[in-house]
Design a protein around this ligand. Structure first.
Ligand SMILES: [Zn+2]
Ligand SMILES: [Zn+2]
Length: 245
């Protein structure tokens, strides 16, 4: 390490992307986080994304063909996603992008995707947050897989945060709020749809439906983390994120 870098590290110590503890220069996450990552182990159920041993979905079908994720939305991974979403830690997107890329390489290795796209947000949300974290994750995956990220979905109505609603209400909340790009861009294409968290899957399902109506041939999903609890506060609250800053 150069003297300048050493000084920089002393003045601005590197912190674990997930939990925020100080770590060695060159590391991205701390040892504690690394040892307790909530990986979705074993072979996954492609209907719900859980490991087969945890799956209770009875192979419930969706508009997307399959979903995969590296992590459950738990512990330090949940913290890391909340820091990305609510505390301006945009650099966390690349950590999750890398993890999702490995997962895609593993489980979708036989598939050739024309485009990656992401769950869109309204202008207001993007302006407030500074970015759409799902787009950043998608762009990070694009770099690694050499498949372009393309904006193919638009959120035309604002929605209530899904965390405030029951599973049944979540379906209605996102119904008809997405619009797909022109048919010329979608016709016959196999799309990989990216998001940060899947809870009930209503948002991904509605996005996949819009892409298919728009002319896409098929839609597969990959997300950073899947919540095992339908009532889990996947979007968390402002007070909690404020305390993480
Ligand atoms: Zn950590
Ligand atoms: Zn399942």
């Amino acid at each position: 390490m150069s003297v300048l870098r050493k000084i920089h590290h002393l003045l601005f110590p590197r912190r674990c992307l997930l939990c925020g503890t100080v770590i060695k220069a060159g590391d991205r996450i701390c040892e504690g986080c690394n040892e307790s990552l909530p990986f979705i182990g074993g072979s996954p159920c492609f209907f719900c994304g859980f490991s087969k041993s945890d799956c209770r979905c009875n192979q419930r079908r969706h508009f997307y063909d399959a979903i995969v994720a590296p992590f459950y939305y738990e512990g330090e991974v949940a913290k890391g996603i909340r820091r990305l979403k609510f505390s301006g830690k945009a650099e966390n997107a690349d950590y999750f992008g890398e993890a999702v890329s490995v997962c895609i390489g593993h489980f979708y290795s036989e598939l050739k995707f024309d485009y990656l796209t992401f769950v869109p947000e309204t202008e207001d949300v993007i302006n407030e947050r500074g970015y759409n974290q799902s787009r950043l994750i998608s762009e990070s995956i694009s770099k690694r897989l050499n498949v372009p990220t393309k904006e193919l979905l638009y959120k035309i109505f604002p929605t209530k945060p899904q965390r405030t609603l029951s599973a049944a209400e979540r379906v209605g909340n996102v119904l008809g709020v997405f619009e797909a790009a022109d048919e010329a861009e979608l016709k016959g294409k196999r799309i990989l749809l990216i998001d940060d968290i899947k809870t009930t899957g209503s948002t991904l399902n509605e996005c996949a439906k819009s892409l298919l109506i728009g002319g896409a041939d098929s839609v597969f999903c990959a997300v950073a983390a899947i919540s095992r609890s339908r009532n889990q506060d996947a979007d968390t609250t402002a007070s909690e994120t404020a305390s993480q800053k």
